[in-house]
Design a protein around this ligand. Sequence first.
Ligand SMILES: Cc1cc2nc3c(=O)[nH]c(=O)nc-3n(C[C@H](O)[C@H](O)[C@H](O)COP(=O)(O)O)c2cc1C
Length: 424
Amino acid sequence: MTTLLRIDASAQRQDRSLTRMLTNLFTTEFLHANPDAEVIARDIGQDPVPAIDHRFIHAAFTPPEAREDWMTERLALSDVLIDEVVAADIIVLGAPMYNYGMPAALKGWIDHVARIGRTFSFDLGRGDFPIEPILKDKQLVVLSSRGEFGFEPGGPRAHLNALDPAIAACAHYFGVDVADIQTVAIEYQEFKDARHDRSVSAAKEATRALAQQFGRPAKQKTLHLPDQPKKKDKLMTDFPTHTIDSAPADAKPILQAALKGYGFVPNLYATMAEAPTILEGYTTLSAIFGKTELSETERQIILMTNNRLNGCQYCMAAHTTLSQMAGVAEDVIAALRNDTPIANSKLEALRQFVIVINESRGWPTEAQIERFLQAGYTRRTVLEVILGTALKTLSNYTNHIAETDLDTAFVANAWPTPASQAAE
Ligand SMILES: Cc1cc2nc3c(=O)[nH]c(=O)nc-3n(C[C@H](O)[C@H](O)[C@H](O)COP(=O)(O)O)c2cc1C
């Protein structure tokens, strides 16, 4: 069972707090996606965790077997807070910005959770980096709000942001890798203008998307595959596979060009021909996607990742063949088919970003965009990922509905059915 630890650090009550509105939304959507999940709620805004004092430090640095009763008592709250973190798979943290940093109660909570022997070990034998975290593999979603704006890296107030870097610096105490922190922040709260309204809407959308992403059961998260009910018999809803002769007039020239180029008319084109508009749209957009600044390998990463996420067996087989013909490395093709990391970190960052774009329905967080840019991509690439995703919507959805048969040329690269993968 998945356990969500919800922490609210706003000193404001529910009806006046934007971060509480977001943590509430996250929890509701998370439970909607995963009704069996357990939620632990810790309200440090209403019931603040105090600052640590000399007694706490004395007790914490005394070995358990040598502790006096007063020490055990002084550490009791810390033990409860740590037990909650240990139990959690995902931590959602409502963290408003106060005086450019975190609320005092949140600092108190962190200081109570960072405990030698429970959440970190210390060994000078490790040289200049003696601290090692004890907990691991947890996810952190930070839902924040700020009165001003521009605190993101590169923003006009980035140098004043003492909140996000402080949370990131301490995340290892809660078993969270910095790469596993997702941050959503409302801005402009003090301006109360249209920019604030837009910021609230965007933050709500991003929060909803993250909750749905994290709420999904683990197996589906790994496979990224939807269930696909299969039609067995010929139905009224079946779609024809056209020949050049049977196709509507506007589709004929496109099918003829495909025959000339490929030596056969791919069944996808023959199916799309029923609506010459989608056929023209798909082939035109394909040609435009070929003009992007990306390498052929990068283009196939975008297309194949979409194919896999959408569970399109036709396009997986077709693009495996096209990738082989274009000289895409075998290990990259295998990673794209099997949903395993690509060894090249820049290419893997691209694959991950395509997953984010899909899973968030086009609402990546600032941190996710920032990570993508830091991998060596540009804002142009962000938009070109959207182009490739739109392209695959046309072909994948057509194949889902029409159950397009594989062409002989692609059969050797048939992709395992989602059902057989899930059984593995
Ligand atoms: C005590 C206090 C200090 C604040 N300091 C800052 C600040 O330094 N920078 C900023 O952008 N906003 C600041 N704000 C605005 C809050 O970040 C903003 O109101 C946010 O919505 C608070 O979160 P909440 O609505 O969940 O309580 C401050 C607000 C309070 C109450």
